[in-house]
Design a protein around this ligand. Structure first.
Ligand code: SF4
Length: 392
């Protein structure tokens, strides 16, 4: 289907130029068997990465400083908590002197249990980190062993408690379900442990097999197998039910927050607002232009030395891609704003996809609420399949 008319970003509706910044710190102590992020076990380029990040931030500031106010900074990885607080501080102060930030800027740092103590947590808090995302994955030691994590469940609990005592009032934990070592009972225990802790946000993902990982190799060669679809579905449904009953709002397929604690950075991605990414393998999006950096620390550093940025390639999103992204990102999160969709694409989804949408609504997979087309709990289970049917 050809897409006629104009197409705009979600944030333009409100004429608010909100934007986000992502900084990729690739260092890890080990590579977990399921992980397909760009990580570096060798930390020898620790100092030269910082020099390159600063140069790259200054370069993009000359292009984008006056174009937006930035509302979030997200340190992801890798394991950003492995670097010293002074390293993070240098990046934050460079960002703050090169871009304009909202006074309530949300600054998240991804953390792994076992990589922080009370002193480090307090130092990070004092330099402006106001949201911690802790890579717990499971509170069961068998699961952690299966996932080749290098921390114990005890360390995970201690990390969350220590973070709370160190002044963090906005804490996320990441959890993984459908781990082959995990029974349904153990998943329930995991969730109970989580909700008893002083956390405000949970991101929970089904274990997925990413090509190139050692888990992928093990499964393909028959050394292990993934959980059944039924087990996965039961675990996900239980997750939604339990968290909803415990005052966590589901605001995306995999994300749950207590009132007032949705992650603005996540929301910005799903609302398709502009973001700049710094560091190896970081992606950026600005209006219809999307670009990605080298996913190799040496190439990234060399590129920044040569041209002051680590960009490997770029593309311009065409109207069809924008249409599909609006569907996908909307249905994963708060829903599709039908009026805005019609304004931007000159297409009424309720008319053009009337038959399919009626079927989805009659079968309890979707609803229209306050002019937003949203998925229900049942619909979230089939989110990818439903998006596929609506995309062109
Ligand atoms: S700690 Fe996180 S980023 Fe590092 S290898 Fe494990 S899953 Fe990947």
């Amino acid at each position: 289907m050809a897409i006629p008319g104009r197409y705009f970003r979600h944030n333009e509706k409100h004429d608010v130029k909100k934007s986000s910044i992502y900084v990729h710190i690739p260092f890890c102590d080990i590579k977990c068997n399921y992980c397909d992020f760009y990580v570096q076990i060798n930390h020898s380029k620790y100092d030269s990465l910082l020099t390159s990040l600063i140069k790259e931030i200054e370069y993009f500031s000359r292009l984008y400083k006056d174009k937006s106010t930035f509302h979030t900074i997200y340190f992801g990885g890798g394991t950003p908590s492995l670097v010293e607080p002074v390293y993070i501080d240098k990046i934050i102060s460079t960002l703050k002197s090169n871009f304009i930030f909202d006074e309530n800027v949300e600054i998240t740092l991804e953390t792994n249990p076992g990589t922080v103590d009370a002193i480090k947590l307090k130092e990070l808090r004092s330099i402006g980190i106001n949201r911690l995302s802790i890579g717990v994955q499971s509170f069961n030691d068998n699961d952690l062993e299966f996932l080749t994590r290098n921390h114990s469940s005890r360390q995970a609990i201690e990390c969350v408690e220590l973070a709370s005592k160190s002044g963090y009032s906005n804490i996320n934990i990441d959890l993984i379900f459908s781990i082959p070592s995990q029974s349904f009972r153990e998943w329930k225990e995991n969730l109970q442990t989580a909700i008893d802790l002083p956390i405000q946000h949970i991101s929970a993902y089904s274990l997925t097999l990413e090509p190139g990982t050692s888990l992928f190799y093990e499964v393909k060669n028959g050394f292990t197998s993934l959980s059944s679809i039924e087990h996965d579905t039961d675990s996900y449904e239980y997750l939604i039910d339990l968290l909803t009953k415990n005052n966590f709002l589901q605001y995306e397929v995999s994300n749950f927050a207590k009132p007032g604690f949705v992650c603005i950075h996540n929301l910005n991605y799903w609302y398709h607002v502009n973001y700049l990414g710094f560091g190896p393998s970081a992606h950026s999006l600005w209006d219809e232009r999307r670009w990605k950096n080298y996913s190799n620390i040496t190439r990234y550093i060399n590129a920044v030395t040569e041209k002051q940025n680590g960009v490997k390639s770029e593309e311009f999103l065409n109207p069809t891609e924008l249409y599909n992204e609006r569907i996908y990102l909307g249905l994963r999160s708060k829903g599709i704003d039908l009026a805005l969709f019609e304004k931007d694409f000159n297409i009424s989804l309720l008319n053009t996809e009337g038959k399919l949408l009626t079927e989805l609504m009659n079968n309890g997979f979707a609803i229209v609420e306050e002019d937003f087309l949203k998925l229900t709990k049942k619909g979230y289970l089939l989110c990818d399949e439903i998006c596929e049917q609506l995309m062109i």
